[in-house]
Design a protein around this ligand. Structure first.
Ligand SMILES: [Zn+2]
Length: 248
């Protein structure tokens, strides 16, 4: 790290759990973020400002006025632009020391696999089950840590799947893809409280940094449920499903 970087990350360097060694791991790490929306925005902002060396962002949408209430990567001037282009500009402005790659389309399994393989951690921050199940399947196959989050109405949920460890449950152990019709609604249909996406997306960044540095205790084996209306948290234990068609 050069002098500018030492200064930029000085408040991380002061933390004994991180120190120079931890920050170096962060600057040498790569993270894949699926979705540059309500969750992907805060996740990407914190990972970029923290110095993650390479961030790859995937999103096929363009910025719309109705996104700006929660998708804090994008500004009013960005309406009509590709979300990934807007994201890259914003992240580069915050931290020019890092590399940002953008993919402006929905990835099929094979392309997604290439990117999952080349990154240390994958953050699933899309708004739909199809993407969540595909990302989970690829991360299971490639044995890569997956941090999956979602937010709708006033509620959010989050878990970390340490798919690099054989005992880890996967997203499919939690939600079978045959029974998601009733929970398949999106923010577009139901609305979402802006700060709820901020809380979950920020926690996804925190989980990614902890996994990269190997510090603390991640959310592996636990599902965190957040209710912004009552400001309360619930935690459910997650176990690997021995009959899961994806990971078992
Ligand atoms: Zn599973």
């Amino acid at each position: 790290m050069n002098n500018q970087e030492l200064l930029r990350y000085s408040k991380h360097l002061m933390l004994p759990q991180l120190d120079y060694e931890g920050q170096l791991k962060i600057t040498q790490s790569s993270v894949l973020i699926i979705g540059a929306g309500g969750l992907g925005s805060p996740a990407a902002l914190y990972l970029a400002s923290s110095g993650v060396g390479q961030i790859t962002i995937v999103d096929f949408d363009r910025v719309e006025l109705s996104n700006l209430q929660r998708q804090i990567l994008h500004s009013t001037n960005d309406i009509g632009r590709e979300k990934v282009a807007s994201a890259k500009d914003r992240l580069s402005a915050i931290n020019p020391e890092i590399k940002i790659a953008t993919i402006n389309k929905a990835l099929e399994a094979d392309e997604l696999r290439e990117h999952v393989m080349s990154c240390d951690v994958t953050i699933e921050a899309s708004d739909n089950f199809k993407s969540r199940f595909l990302t989970n399947r690829v991360c299971v196959e490639e044995k890569t840590p997956l941090i999956s989050g979602s937010a709708i109405r006033f509620e959010g949920q989050l878990s970390t799947f340490r798919l690099d460890q054989a005992t880890s449950a996967c997203y499919h152990c939690l939600f079978s893809d045959t029974n998601t019709d009733s929970i398949g609604e999106t923010c577009t249909q139901s609305g979402v409280f802006a700060p709820a996406t901020g809380v979950i997306g920020s926690l996804q960044a925190a989980e990614a940094l902890k996994v990269i540095c190997g510090i603390g205790e991640d959310l592996s084996g636990r599902l965190l449920l957040f209710n912004a209306l009552t400001t309360s948290w619930k935690e459910l234990k997650l176990k690997k499903d021995p009959n899961c068609s994806v990971c078992s």
